[in-house]
Design a protein around this ligand. Structure first.
Ligand code: ADP
Length: 455
C-alpha cells in the first residue's frame, strides 16, 4: 500500500504524563510497525534539530512529568507538547496515562483531556486505561487490576495518587468541569465490534456525553476500539489502546507498517550497568549479577552523604574502578541498590529526599565520566535514576528499539553530547524498578551484543 499523504510526516503525536509510561506506549507502537521516537520534555527547536532518526519517525511521544504536578502546569505543558507535535505534522493526538488511572480529584487526567479537546476543537473522546494483557480490564466502567477492583488493589495506598474509587466514570467526572459530561461506552457495544462501538458512540454523543470511559476485557476489544475510533482527533488511554492503531493508520494510508521499525543500528562501544533502584526486582537482578561473579561495586552512600572530601573521594574511586574493569574488557555494574532495612536506615539518618537526590547525582556524574571514557551502551535501573542519567548525558530523545522485556526497549540516544566526545552514538536501556526478570542485565547486554564481554 502506498504511504499516502502522511508519508514523511509524523502521523501520531503522543503526550505521556511520565517517562516510563512514554517508553511503554512507544514500545507498543514499535511492536505494531511504526518507527517511534520518544522526546524528553518539549524540545526547544523543531524536529530537524533532533537528527534524521527523528525526522523519519511515524510516531513521536513527548514524555512529560505531569502526573502529579498542579493541574494548571500539567495543562500548560500538555498543550505546549501538542502544539509542538502538531507543528511536526502530527494528525492525531493520544494522551497517555497510567493503566491504573493514577490521578487525584484535582486531575490531571480530566483537566488535560478537556484542554486538549478545546485545543483540537473536538467535542468527543474516550478514556480507556485498559490493558488486558497486563491484567487491567474495565467492565461497566469499573477498573480491575488482575482480579481485584482498583480500589482494593495496592493503588489504594499509593503515596501520591491513592485510587479509592474503581468507577472511572465517577472518578473522571469529578476531575472535569460540570458541563463536560462523562459517560460509559458499555461492553455490550464493544462486544458487537466496530459497528457496535460506532453506534454506541453515536448514542452517547446524542445524549451530550463528551468523554466516554470505554469498557474492554480482552486485547481484541482494544483493537476494535482502535478500529472504530482511531480517526478521532484525540484519544486518551493507557498504552494498551496503541495495540491496534498502527493497523488502523495503515488502512487509512497514513503509515506503512515496517518490519524494521525497531531498527536502531548495530550497538557497539563499551557497556556498563548502573543501578539506583531499590525495588525488589532490581535487588534480585543485582544479586543475580553478583552470583554470576560479574564485576560489581556498591556505592558507599554513607561516604557520599558525609564530608565533601569523602564524597569526592568515593566518586573518584568508583569511576576509577569502573574504568579498570572496562580496560580489562569487562562490563562493570555500579549500584546503590540496597535492601529495605538498609534503605530505611540511610533514609532515617539523612532523609529520603536528600539521600535519594545525592545518590542520583553521583550516578549521573558517573555516567558522564564513563561516557567520557568511551562507554556507549548504558543499562540503567530506576525510573528517577534513568531521568538523572539521561539529563547528565544531554540526551534529548530516544529512538525506540526492540524490547528487552515488556515495556523496556533498547533505545538509541538522540542529541547526546558528552563532554570531550563528539557525537558518538549511545544506546540506553532504561528500566523502571520493578520491571524485568532476575537476568535482566545480562539479557539486555546480550541483545546489545555485549554478552561476550569478560565477566
Ligand atoms: P525505582 O524505579 O525502583 O523506583 P528510582 O530510581 O525511580 O527507582 O528511585 C529510587 C530512588 O532511591 C532514587 O532517588 C535513588 O537515588 C534513591 N536511592 C537509591 N539507592 C539509595 C540508597 N542506597 N540510599 C538512599 N537512597 C537511595
Amino acid at each position: 500500500m502506498s504511504a499516502g499523504p502522511g508519508a514523511g510526516a509524523v502521523t501520531l503525536g503522543v503526550i505521556a504524563d511520565d517517562f516510563t509510561g512514554a517508553t511503554d506506549v512507544a514500545s507498543m507502537l514499535v511492536r505494531g510497525g511504526m518507527r517511534t521516537v520518544q522526546l524528553i520534555g518539549v524540545p526547544a527547536g523543531d524536529m530537524s534539530a533532533l537528527g534524521s532518526a527523528a525526522a523519519q519517525a511515524d510516531a513521536v511521544v513527548v514524555a512529560l512529568k505531569s502526573r502529579t504536578t498542579p493541574a494548571a502546569d500539567a495543562v500548560a505543558e500538555s498543550l505546549a507538547a501538542w502544539r509542538w507535535l502538531r507543528n511536526a505534522g502530527a494528525r492525531h493526538c493520544y494522551f497517555k496515562y497510567c493503566s491504573t488511572f493514577d490521578s487525584t480529584p484535582a486531575g490531571n487526567i480530566g483537566p488535560v483531556t478537556e484542554a486538549l479537546m478545546d485545543e483540537l476543537g473536538t467535542d468527543f473522546t474516550i478514556a480507556c486505561p485498559a490493558f488486558p494483557e497486563n491484567g487491567r480490564t474495565i467492565f461497566r466502567g469499573h477498573l480491575f487490576v488482575g482480579d481485584q477492583l482498583l480500589s482494593d488493589s495496592g493503588m489504594r495506598d499509593h503515596p501520591l495518587t491513592p485510587m479509592r474509587d474503581s468507577n472511572l466514570v465517577r472518578v473522571l467526572q469529578a476531575q472535569c468541569r460540570a458541563q463536560t459530561k462523562v459517560g460509559l461506552l458499555r461492553y455490550d457495544s464493544v462486544a458487537r465490534g466496530a459497528a457496535g462501538v460506532r453506534q454506541g458512540v453515536a448514542a452517547l454523543r446524542a445524549g451530550g456525553v463528551r468523554i466516554a470511559v470505554a469498557d474492554a476485557l480482552h486485547d481484541a476489544d482494544l483493537r476494535v476500539l482502535g478500529d472504530a475510533l482511531g480517526g478521532l482527533p484525540l484519544l486518551t488511554a493507557g498504552s494498551g489502546l496503541a495495540l491496534g492503531l498502527p493497523e488502523f493508520y495503515e488502512r487509512q494510508g497514513l503509515v506503512q507498517r515496517r518490519a524494521d521499525a525497531a531498527e536502531i543500528g548495530a550497538m557497539g562501544g563499551r557497556a556498563v550497568v548502573l543501578s539506583g533502584s531499590c525495588s525488589l526486582a532490581t535487588q534480585g537482578q543485582v544479586a543475580h549479577w553478583r552470583s554470576a561473579q560479574r564485576p560489581a561495586r556498591a556505592l558507599d552512600v554513607r561516604a557520599l552523604l558525609g564530608q565533601a572530601a569523602s564524597a569526592a573521594a568515593e566518586e573518584a574511586a568508583v569511576l576509577a574502578w569502573a574504568r579498570g574493569v572496562l580496560a580489562g574488557g569487562g562490563v562493570p555494574l555500579v549500584h546503590s541498590t540496597v535492601d529495605a532495612a538498609q534503605l530505611h536506615e540511610l533514609q532515617g539518618r539523612w532523609g529520603a529526599q536528600a539521600a535519594g537526590a545525592r545518590v542520583e547525582q553521583a550516578l549521573a556524574a558517573l555516567a558522564r565520566g564513563l561516557a567520557d571514557a568511551g562507554v556507549q551502551r548504558f543499562v540503567v535501573a530506576g525510573g528517577e535514576t534513568s531521568g538523572a542519567v539521561v539529563q547528565a548525558l544531554g540526551v534529548r530523545g530516544l529512538r525506540i528499539g526492540e524490547s528487552i522485556c515488556p515495556g523496556v526497549p533498547w533505545t538509541e540516544a538522540l542529541g547526546a553530547v558528552s563532554a570531550g566526545r563528539t557525537a558518538a552514538p549511545m544506546w540506553l536501556a532504561l528500566k523502571s524498578g520493578n520491571f524485568g526478570a532476575p537476568d535482566f542485565f545480562s539479557t539486555a547486554l546480550a541483545m546489545a551484543g555485549a554478552a561476550g564481554a569478560r565477566a
